[in-house]
Design a protein around this ligand. Sequence first.
Ligand code: PLP
Length: 362
Amino acid sequence: MKYGRVYNFSAGPAIMPEPVLEEIAAEVLNYHGSGMSVMEMSHRSAVFQKIRDDAEADLRKLLNVPDNYRVLFIQGGGTLQFSMVPINLLSGGTACYIESGAWSHKAIPEAKRYGNVIVSASSADRNFSYVPDCSALTFPAGTDYVYVCENETIHGTTFWNLPDTHGVPLVSDQSSMFLSRPCDVSRYGLIFAGVQKNVGPAGMTIVIVRGDLVRDDLDPKVPLYLRYKTHADNDSMYNTPNCWSLYCCGKVFRYLLELGGLEEMERRNREKAAILYDFLDSSQFFRGTAEKADRSLMNVPFVTPSPAQDAEVVAAAKAAGLENLKGHKSVGGLRASIFNAMPKEGVEALVAFLDKYEKAHA
Ligand SMILES: Cc1ncc(COP(=O)(O)O)c(C=O)c1O
């Protein structure tokens, strides 16, 4: 690794592509002859307007976003979307949630503040180690939306098949899988993703929302900032956006397009994940904790025979330049997040380390 960098397996804020960081470093003092950094630039300047517009155009190209969808850049993290979704889409009606892990579990009480919530399926019975079967789900007439967290960051599970919502808008939290594989945006009513996992610096959330769900009939008490319409009507510049994150994310969108787009990212991500899962499946010491059929390409939780040994492996890995492998505090164990920017060499280095560790300690 160049610059004394380590292989960073953090679940977010997370690794970014090194060529993008190099480009940002080269522009940090004087962006394209403007005489200033993007950090110092007015968001109303023509230079920044172009950065914003190019970022949206490149994201639309990457995801083939249909013209009738709005792309919004909002602050407040994925967490604010747990509230903004029901505030804008529910307001007194009914929403159906699939509870497949800690993040969908956390979104449910927020929705309950604004309307009736039905938990249509849950995998809480086995500590969210699988995605509940949604193939035969039905939703009551008048349901405003169906909600999924498409990749559960903590438990390492992903929806390989989306529920058939029978025409009800599908809302998806894609925070930890956004841009990791192709996605047919037209299947969704709304997608949101905090960018600090698979895209760029923390502090911005991307919302892609079908135009007819951008409503202007909300309760007058709803603050302007919490209405999708405010952001849509102002090209996400109603107030000062997170200029720095938007700029860095724009660089990542361009970089992904140059690499070959999301088909190529999926090919790379499958290849990387297979290296790690194949090792875990053959190991007598380490064990992956997610159900095989529902395994994530992005977040790989695994355990040793004991919590004490989990901690020893995390410490030894850190000493070997493999950082942030501790599992989330709610589940323990280890977790390797292998987002788009993690090179194949990083996963190979991790597997070589784990293999050596097993031979020495098992
Ligand atoms: C799937 C998912 N949704 C939502 C969140 C919350 O995001 P934020 O910290 O940006 O509010 C996270 C954070 O890790 C996440 O993994």
